[in-house]
Write a protein that binds this ligand. Structure first.
Ligand code: ATP
Ligand code: MG
Length: 399
């Protein structure tokens, strides 16, 4: 039997004008994701079909479950569009899939996209339903809560039969809505923020601020491990490692303790704006969540945000910590995030960071040292590596 994986598009089908763009984006993402496997992919305006070797089935299903822009997918049986041939295939599929010592209720759901086909969807349901009743004594109809839903999709040349459907990740294909830079720390929030941004079709490059020797190479490795998890969804992404030590030390020399985090985050944002320009990104994504810490009150956010002119997307801004943790477990970043290596933000945390910083005070403190030339120096000393989700990449040369 000729099996294919049938893919139903996600939200992209609602974007009429851009439909082609989204479908092509999804197509190239699937091709890249399955590049090591022997597959043929066919696409039309409402479905994609993947032909594959049966020994790769499990692996392909796993990979398809990691791609944004897919609403649902199933293993479907392909047959020529002909009433008798479809019936024959129905028999084969039901014989293979069902246990003949058990009884089941069923319902046939036909979708006829080939309007020239001689009978309409309702008539197909009746035709196939009564055919099944005649040939399978252990099957009975239940149109409300059937044990098995038999899908038949009738298209011009070929038709497809499938029983089960897997739920896809939804969202838009990564890259179809532009690129942003994700501020990726070793914490729980930022990988989740990155995942959610990618779900909206945003391609990401990643930025990690580090303060060696105050932070360790283990902390860097932790960020690389998190980045590899994000690369499951984003495929290839750059990780930009920002040498933040000197600037951070200057902040702590020149700024009153309770303002140090506020000023540090203003500096991070200034650097992010320069990086966005250099790496051709349309915005910044981070894991800030309202009220979580002093620098994430609305007053703090205003004072920090005022140094830049780019959209800052905060996908977890309104999530509870427990909701964020749930997602981090689902995407398998939680266990990495809770490893105990210190981040540059936590190394220098003052006892009482200010909750309601004042912009004039920030400007006064910042005028005490030449941060612009330190930022220029940072921009000349970035370390940029390429992250992929492939196991063989160990990045040992930078650890
Ligand atoms: P946690 O999950 O423990 O809250 P966090 O990474 O969210 O950790 P925060 O202090 O809440 O830490 O920082 C808010 C956001 O700022 C982070 O989600 C991240 O996007 C960004 N950020 C913080 N530290 C760094 C860093 N060293 N490099 C890059 N981005 C950072
Ligand atoms: Mg946080």
């Amino acid at each position: 039997m000729n099996r294919v994986i049938l893919i139903k598009y996600g939200e992209l089908t609602t974007k009429k004008g851009n439909r082609k763009l989204f479908i092509n984006g999804l197509y190239s993402h699937i091709l890249k994701k399955l590049k090591n496997l022997n597959v043929n992919i066919f696409k039309d305006m409402s479905r994609m079909y993947i032909e594959y070797n049966s020994s790769d089935e499990k692996l392909i299903l796993k990979n398809i479950g990691e791609i944004f822009g897919i609403h649902a997918y199933s293993i479907a049986y392909k047959v020529e569009t002909d009433l008798d041939k479809i019936k024959e295939m129905l028999t084969l599929v039901l014989k293979e899939k069902l246990d003949d010592s058990r009884s089941y209720t069923f319902k046939v759901e036909t979708k006829r996209s080939d309007k020239s086909f001689k009978i309409d969807s309702m008539e197909c349901n009746n035709e196939f339903g009564s055919y099944i009743l005649k040939n399978f004594s252990n099957l009975k109809v239940d149109v409300h809560e059937p044990d098995i839903l038999i899908h038949v999709e009738i298209r011009k040349e070929f038709s497809y039969i499938y029983l089960n459907e897997y739920k896809g990740l939804g969202g838009y294909p990564v890259g179809t809505l532009g690129k942003c830079l994700l501020m990726l720390s070793g914490g729980i929030d930022s990988p989740v923020a990155g995942y959610l941004a990618m779900k909206r079709g945003i391609k990401l490059d990643l930025v990690y601020f580090e303060a060696i020797p105050h932070t360790s190479l283990e902390a860097r490795n932790k960020v690389i491990e998190l980045a590899k998890k994000l690369a499951i969804y984003g495929l290839e992404m750059k990780l930009i490692i920002v040498p933040f030590t000197k600037l951070q030390e200057e902040i702590y020399k020149n700024v009153e303790g309770n303002y140090s985090i506020t000023i540090m985050r203003r500096m991070m944002y200034r650097i992010m704006e320069k990086l966005a320009k250099r790496f051709k990104s349309l915005g910044i994504v981070n894991g800030e969540s309202i009220g979580q810490v002093a620098s994430q009150t609305l007053t703090s956010m205003n004072v920090i945000n005022s140094v830049i002119n780019l959209p800052v997307i905060r996908p977890v801004a309104c999530f509870d910590k427990l909701e964020i943790i749930d997602i981090s477990k689902k995407i398998d970043t939680y266990d990495i995030s809770i490893l105990p290596y210190e981040d540059c933000c936590t190394v220098f945390v003052p006892k009482h960071p200010i909750i309601n910083p004042n912009l004039d005070n920030c400007l006064k403190m910042e005028s005490k040292f030449d941060y612009s030339s330190l930022i220029d120096e940072i921009m000349n000393n970035l370390l940029v590596i390429t992250i992929t989700n492939e196991e063989e990449n160990e990045y040992s040369d930078i650890l």
